[in-house]
Design a protein around this ligand. Sequence first.
Ligand SMILES: Cc1ncc(COP(=O)(O)O)c(C=O)c1O
Length: 397
Amino acid sequence: MTLAHGRPYLAIPGPSVMPDRVLNAMHQAAPNIYEGDLVEMVHGLVPDLKAVARTAGDVAIYICNGHGAWEAAASNTLRPGEKVLVLSTGRFAEGWGVVFDRLGAKTEVIDFGKRAAVDLARVEAVLAADSAHEFKAVITVHVDTSTSVKNDIAGIRTVIDKLGHPALFMVDCIASLAVDRFEMDAWGVDVMVAASQKGLMTPPGLGFVFFNDKAAARQPETASFYWDWAPRAKPQLFYQFFGGTAPTHHLFGLREALDMIAEEGGIEAVWARHETLARAVWAAFEVWGQGGPLELNISDPARRSCAVTALRIGGDDGTRLRRWVEDKAGVTLGIGLGMAEPGDPSWHGFFRLGHMGHLNAHMVMGALGAIEAGLVALDIPHGDGALAAAAKVVAEA
Ligand SMILES: Cc1ncc(COP(=O)(O)O)c(C=O)c1O
């Protein structure tokens, strides 16, 4: 028997659940892209996006996914042959580094492993040794979606400043924007990349690059025509916002999503909701882990992301549990990413729970309830009282 009939719940770490309001806003006839409401609407989007990113800098909007935003950021900052320092805490900073490599950078990777945040002392040692200031950029992720680690972005900036190192500081917030607290200007981030499909609750297809004056001043002549962020950030003509035809319906969706953020009370309220719901998730997994093999990948709560939780369970129980929860309860969990190579049997011992975007307490409690049912059905040992622990966090909020 399956109990999966009903509204399915996609609890992977992006794309996240799309609100009906966003989908309905997209369900309309094609607008004029030369004048009228759409043109007005886009001018209003820009300040709202910047408010979510906590920056007074510029934003360039691209019709692309996160990989496109990565390439846009690299194309606007890198001169071929320059050195770039990659601070890797999982699959994604490393992936961004590869984009820089392909554009001609000489990347050097500091690998902090799959279970830890960026170690500031190691960054300091590497940058201090670079007395010739050969590194032109330091790139990292705020949240690595594969490991679910959250890096100390303000701390990395403090290290860079302490050494007086002039490298640009570039941060991927694709998983964390509008989920985990992020203060672009206050934390001294020069370039930040994001995308529409996670905290911003809009279908995949919009990439964003936020940048400050320091980054703008470093733009190389080699920035490609299409990725050039300058006309997108300060367009003379409407089409320049997007380097061509506007992504009309994504923009309608994004407008609605930004309205929803404002109606909730603004970005601080959105961060607070995610933080509480994430604590409920962690409370449940910690209790389950006390009586069995389940383990949160990141042990330090201060370094866990509020967007996604990566779990270790061992054997093939990650895959068994995902299958059971989807087939029997209608909840789709995320695969483990970057923990083992596909094809390696240990790949099946990991999974992730996404908890970003359009998410409330009943969705979190429902997903956790389905996981508990799966643990029981599959005879996977686990501690008792996990749902009560999660409910307590919700009740006390
Ligand atoms: C932190 C992070 N960076 C980059 C990406 C790549 O984004 P995309 O798959 O939209 O190209 C992802 C995707 O999950 C991500 O989580």
